[in-house]
Ligand binder design. Structure first.
Ligand code: DON
Length: 311
């Protein structure tokens, strides 16, 4: 097996010179301004090391990666009752698709497609003002990453709010089935702001450590979720974390991962490490093109896979 530090440097060097970087998302205008040449990667190992390469300390819009953390919080509040309102099957459809909602009575396929994450935002909103719920989510990420510098990028949130017609459609449609308990604009206020949280690869890898370590922060030993819940969140990331590209990601990379249209991917190697990668150019499924490729190469070099024998 390769040395991790050397493997990271090798992968980052290769990605830095790649010509074929995919397309930066422009449907949220503020995201379209990001430099497609950026590339960062960070690994936080269960034995306490943090290794980085490239632009690993530059904050970017975490977008749908935030859905892992809102799901974690909502499961903490609702437990398994959450699954009455959101499914846990891959959708096989784009992240912002509306088509299944009609056939499936307003119950989104899983918590990582936009419709599912909007329901999760609605659950987190119960008994709160949107700004309190947004504050709770940011606070949770700061706690997990042990970094008070994590904030919402207000310009990205405003940009998404101004152009989020599809998300308004999804929320209104689900409300018509009774699967949204608050006014759509309130649930969406939470949703747009958590998608607009900015974090670096280092911060994200640190925040994801509980997923790779049986629900506990390996530094402090604090339990974030039960081991069983960590396993289940990892299972959802593997099966649903890359939308209609989830099968391909599992095939190529073989570890749980969650992408965002900002070009980030959070991944975990259970028992070994949490990692985050960022390259803003996307593939046709809206997942980071070089981010997926970098994870594929690194996983192969390190023999990381949930499908491979241990040791
Ligand atoms: O709702 C949206 O369209 C974005 N806030 C999040 C989408 C996203 O990150 C999909 N990921 N690949």
């Amino acid at each position: 097996m390769a040395d991790l530090e050397q493997a990271l440097a090798e992968v980052a060097a290769e990605m830095a010179v790649s010509e074929d970087r995919g397309e930066v998302a422009t449907y949220i205008p503020q995201l379209g301004r990001v430099d497609a040449k950026k590339f960062g990667i960070a690994v936080a190992t269960n034995d306490g090391r943090v290794l980085t390469a490239g632009d690993a300390d530059e904050p970017f819009s975490i977008q749908s990666i935030s859905k892992v953390f809102t799901l974690t919080l909502a499961l903490g509040e609702k437990g398994d009752a959450l699954w009455k309102r959101v499914g846990r099957e891959p959708s096989g459809n784009p992240f912002n698709s509306i088509v299944q909602l009609e056939h499936e009575s307003g119950i989104p396929r899983n918590p990582f497609i936009n419709a599912g994450a909007i329901v999760v935002s609605d659950i987190l909103l119960a008994g709160h003002q949107p700004r309190e719920t947004i504050g709770e989510i940011v606070h949770f990420l700061r706690f997990l990453a042990n970094d008070e510098a994590i904030v919402v990028d207000r310009e990205v949130a405003a940009s998404e709010q101004a152009t989020g017609y599809r998300n308004f459609a999804l929320a209104n449609y689900m409300r018509s089935f009774g699967n949204l308990t608050h006014a759509p604009e309130l649930a969406l206020g939470v949703y747009f702001h958590h998608c607009a949280i900015a974090m670096s690869c280092r911060q994200l890898a640190l925040a994801g450590r509980f997923l790779a370590n049986g629900g506990r922060n390996p530094d402090t030993g604090h339990s974030v979720v039960s081991p069983e819940r960590a396993r289940r969140i990892n299972a959802l990331m593997l099966t649903c974390g890359h939308y209609d590209g989830s099968g391909d990601f599992a095939f190529r990379v073989g570890i749980p991962g969650k992408s965002g249209v900002g070009g980030g991917i959070l991944a975990s190697v259970p028992g070994v490490a949490s990692l985050a990668v960022w390259s803003p150019g996307l593939n046709a499924n809206g997942n980071s093109k070089l981010g997926s490729l970098a994870l594929e190469k690194l996983a192969r070099m390190m023999n990381w896979s949930v499908f491979a024998p241990r040791g």
